[in-house]
Design a protein around this ligand. Structure first.
Ligand code: ADP
Ligand code: MG
Length: 151
């Protein structure tokens, strides 16, 4: 399966890339976000939110697993890092089919509950300010999306 890579040199570029992607998203699109602490997952999500026209500040709250924001499409931001029981079903499906865009940070922790078709985004730290953003589409919808953003 094809993967796509994009290098950014600072947080702003990561945000801009996510914002550009946001412009191409449709209802019920699902993105997973992987990368170590400080890789830039939340930075990416903030850019995505901005691109979706979300006005509120997006953060990674300490005690909340799912946060919902209003934009051109609703944004469901999940950070499942603190889920201690990964088999716990918190009704994620209602979000996946909820008519918005779902972004899941640390998605591997709920791997079995994710839809098969999704766009996997992995952010790798290259240096202090450089990041490699890897897009790995599963399913036709996301393959098309990747081709669109990289053409
Ligand atoms: P995560 O959610 O993956 O833990 P954050 O987005 O909260 O990561 O933090 C990423 C940190 O790395 C921020 O302090 C940000 O300023 C910094 N940073 C430096 N260069 C980049 C870059 N190219 N892209 C994203 N973040 C970067
Ligand atoms: Mg984060």
């Amino acid at each position: 399966m094809a993967t796509y890579e994009f290098i950014t040199s600072n947080p702003e570029q990561t945000g801009e890339f996510a914002g550009r992607l946001a412009g191409m998203l449709q209802e019920n699109d699902i993105l997973t976000l992987e990368g170590g602490l400080g890789a830039g997952k939340t930075t990416f999500t903030k850019g995505l939110a901005k691109g979706l026209g979300v006005k509120r500040n997006v953060n990674s709250p300490t005690f909340t697993i799912i946060k919902e924001y209003q934009g051109r499409l609703p944004l469901y931001h999940m950070d499942v890092y603190r889920l201690d029981d990964s088999f716990e079903d918190l009704g994620f499906d209602e979000y996946f089919d909820g008519g918005g865009v779902t972004v899941v940070e640390w998605a591997h922790l709920i791997k079995d509950q994710l839809p098969e078709e999704r766009l996997a985004v992995t952010i790798m730290r290259v240096s202090e300010e450089e990041r490699k953003i890897i897009l790995e589409p599963s399913g036709e919808r996301y393959e098309m999306l990747c081709k669109e953003i990289f053409e």
